[in-house]
Design a protein around this ligand. Structure first.
Ligand code: GRA
Ligand code: FAD
Length: 673
């Protein structure tokens, strides 16, 4: 398989044994994950082309580069990749995705938002004329853009944005302006140094009236010299927790003029005389955020999967502590506590992978309807994508950190690859809508559904379980059937939704304004939203496994993981499942025992289950996660390549340590206090 390619060194015997003992064929599961052998072959083919390219071969580990070097190298590689893809005629989105995955693993590159948000936003929100004028030049990189919405003062509250776009009918232009310090755009990716254009979110003013936030195509730099245009001030915001290769930027506009055609006018318009034409739904302009939120579920699943590959493989080769005096040290993967840390996360990576596919397919279907003018499903899509984005990014971030700590000291080294995975993915909890805020959006929808149940109205399929009979008790028996697990999650979510709704209603009945009542219940409302997302993920996993057209052994391994995901979620949130005695004590005992049995069931398949994700060593970029298990060799080589080791004795020794030792310290501190 592709990921086996790490030189001629012999494979660590412990990890080789793990692979021999697996109960299913890894390749079958890989084929299932990536939709069939043809896709798998194609994915490897694309990644091999990318990885064999000499431009992709790095002279030193990424961690030893400065931020400036990181940015420049990433830009050079990305532009090279685009040219290579053009030369090779790679146009299919699937092919491009996997090609790119191999070239910039866990890296947020300087033209990412150009392709990820700028072009798709023009395609979705531009008129035919605008698409004709801007899309091809953007594809040819004549114009390079990003999505500029967040300001110093406002990120979450879009209606509170202060940047203005005032229509001047005399010149047929918009005057875009940054009226205050807090209106300064701040954070947009690639804004600081890379782009020459952006989609600008600004408050539209026409005929003296504010019409709320709208999107404008705004030039920022001269297309030839790349100098910032007069009236435009912009730059990089400096180093961050991660995202080294991304020049997240700031921007101030000083009464800068752009032509009327530059307002994205597919849904809302400003006519030549300044008349404003409303869109069918004012939230249509939030469409780009919905698109990215839906895609984040898959992105976080890949990050968590990679962290699991690294930590499970490492746990198979790491031996620590004699189990009996004088005996051999055990593989740390044999300690049940280690299994309890890692196996539920492997199950979670699979769960998010399937949920990501389901959300994405919901997004594509509903988007088609929206484009055809049917906006009925917009609230469902918004509630699903907002909640799932929050639920999965929180789960993946926390999970990756558990993976890192499960690798002991070596997990703390950047050589493990885990800190890079973490710092690259954890901002997904913040960008595209801060997670608590997103959960509250989903909760708002659930609240409305609960009111519909009270009125006896029919609910959309996705939430129809909310009308279930809450007095029913769990059907759980010792076989821990999948159907019973789904029911348990639905019961929990429905009960929490009802409870939070009742709190809102109680506060209203006590005289609070509905908005205050909602805030007073908001923590409980987010519990309900989280439970709703959790039941969705469990349900998708169960459906996927049940309907999977795969051989029995692979199906058995996946079913075990599916049960582990569901049972573990109950154990971790036991209070919420127990509160109305839905489970009795015996059933809790059954689930606890089942959890321990599942750990033992997963154990022989653990390495195979992470191998099945089929991540190439170069993509993992980890000394601990190598396919061949030669971890100590890799760590030793990594240490030797540290720039601090270029000289045996550093200048700092001569400057500071030596004089101190010789009593010649030049310190101005008094010698006695
Ligand atoms: C929090 C909200 C949702 C609130 O919006 P609002 O305008 O104050 O809403 P409101 O007037 O109170 O009305 C609420 C109503 O609008 C609905 N709604 C809100 N958003 C959507 C949507 N997308 N689709 C469909 N419907 C939507 C809500 O469900 C409410 O509906 P309702 O009144 O309950 O029927 C919004 O402001 C928001 O989305 N904030 C988050 C900002 C965000 O996501 N920024 C992303 C910037 S780009 C970025 O981060 C890129 C990073 C990418 C990278 O680097 O990879
Ligand atoms: C790496 C990265 C890349 C980014 N890229 C882009 C980009 O390309 N383009 C762009 O425009 N922006 C970008 N952003 C900005 C990002 O979208 C915002 O930071 C995000 O939307 C959160 O908004 P905020 O920073 O205003 O957080 P705040 O809203 O200030 O959140 C702070 C706290 O307040 C709480 N809070 C806020 N409002 C509410 C509420 N209504 N109810 C309850 N709690 C609330 C939040 O839960 C949070 O705990 C990026 C950010 C990062 C970190």
């Amino acid at each position: 398989m592709a990921s086996a390619g790490t030189g001629k060194m012999t494979v660590n015997p412990d990890i080789a044994k793990e692979r021999r003992n697996a109960g299913f064929h890894v390749e079958n599961l890989t084929n299932f994950i990536y939709h069939g052998p043809e896709r798998v072959r194609r994915r490897r083919y694309m990644q091999n082309i990318a990885l064999q390219d000499p431009v992709m071969k790095d002279s030193k580990p990424w961690a030893f580069r400065t931020r400036e070097e990181e940015y420049e190298l990433s830009l050079r590689k990305q532009l090279h990749v685009l040219q290579r893809q053009k030369d090779l005629g790679i146009t299919d989105e699937f092919d491009k995705f996997y090609y790119n995955e191999a070239t910039a693993p866990n890296e947020n590159n300087p033209v990412g938002l150009h392709f990820g948000m700028f072009i798709p936003t023009i395609e979705k929100h531009g008129t035919e004329e605008q698409k004709k004028k801007f899309v091809q030049p953007a594809k040819d990189l004549k114009i390079i853009g990003t999505y500029v919405q967040t300001e110093l003062g406002h990120g979450t509250f879009i209606r509170g944005l202060e940047t203005t776009a005032t229509f001047d009918p005399k010149t047929q232009e918009f005057i875009v302006d940054t009226p205050t310090l807090s209106a300064t755009k701040y954070w947009p990716g690639n804004l600081g140094k890379t782009v020459n254009y952006c989609i600008l979110m600004a408050q539209l003013y026409s005929q003296g009236k504010c019409q709320g936030p709208h999107m404008f195509l705004c030039p920022l730099r001269d297309l030839t010299t790349h100098q910032s245009l007069p009236g435009v001030e912009l730059g990089d915001i400096g180093p961050k927790f991660g995202f080294n290769a991304n020049d997240n930027g700031y921007l101030r506009l000083n009464n800068f003029r752009i032509p009327r055609i530059n307002m994205l006018m597919r849904y809302s318009k400003v006519l030549e005389d300044g008349t404003y034409v409303k869109p069918a739904n004012s939230k249509l302009s939030y469409g780009s955020m919905v698109m990215i939120r839906a895609s984040i579920v898959g992105a976080v699943s890949r990050a968590l999967a990679q962290a699991c590959v690294i930590s499970v493989r490492y746990s198979a080769v790491r031996r620590q502590t004699e189990v009996s005096p004088g005996g051999p040290e055990a593989q740390i993967l044999d300690y049940q506590t280690q299994q309890y840390k890692l196996f539920p996360l492997v199950a979670t990576a699979y769960a998010y992978h399937f949920a990501g596919q389901a959300v994405q397919s919901n997004f594509l279907n509903i988007s088609k309807e929206i484009e055809a003018g049917n906006l009925q499903q917009m609230p469902v899509l918004h509630a699903l994508s907002a909640g799932l984005k929050a639920f999965s990014s929180w789960g993946a971030s926390a999970g990756i950190e558990v993976c890192r700590m499960s690798c002991g000291g070596h997990g703390y080294s950047l050589a493990s690859g885990l800190p890079k995975i973490y710092t690259n993915i954890t901002p997904a909890c913040t960008y595209e809508g801060e997670n608590s805020v997103m959960m509250l959006q989903t909760a708002r929808y659930l609240f409305e559904c609960a009111m519909m149940v009270q009125k006896g109205q029919r609910l959309p399929d996705l939430v129809s379980y909310l009308s279930m009979d809450l007095s029913a008790k769990s059907c759980m028996t010792s076989d821990v059937a999948l159907g019973c697990l789904v029911k348990a999650y639905q019961h929990r979510a429905a009960r929490l939704t009802n409870a939070a709704t009742a709190v809102v209603q109680r506060h209203i009945n006590e005289g609070q304004k509905p908005t205050d009542a909602f805030n007073m219940a908001s923590t409980q409302l987010t519990w309900a939203a989280r439970a709703h997302c959790h039941q969705y993920v469990v349900k998708v996993f169960v459906t996927t496994v049940t309907e999977a057209n795969i051989d029995d052994r692979t199906k058995a391994a996946l079913t075990t993981l599916c049960k582990m995901y569901a049972v573990n979620g109950i154990m971790e949130n036991l209070g919420e499942f127990l509160q109305d005695q839905f489970f009795n004590t015996d059933q809790v005992d059954i689930l606890t025992r089942k959890m321990m049995t599942l750990l033992a069931d997963v154990r022989p398949d653990a390495v195979a289950l992470v191998d099945a994700f089929d991540y190439h060593d170069k993509v993992l970029d980890s000394c601990l996660g190598r396919y061949d298990g030669n971890v100590y060799y890799a760590l030793y080589e990594y240490a030797k390549s540290s720039p601090l080791n270029e000289k045996d004795v550093l200048d700092s020794f001569h400057k500071y340590i030596k004089p101190l030792r010789e009593g010649q310290a030049t310190s101005s501190l008094p010698s006695r206090l």
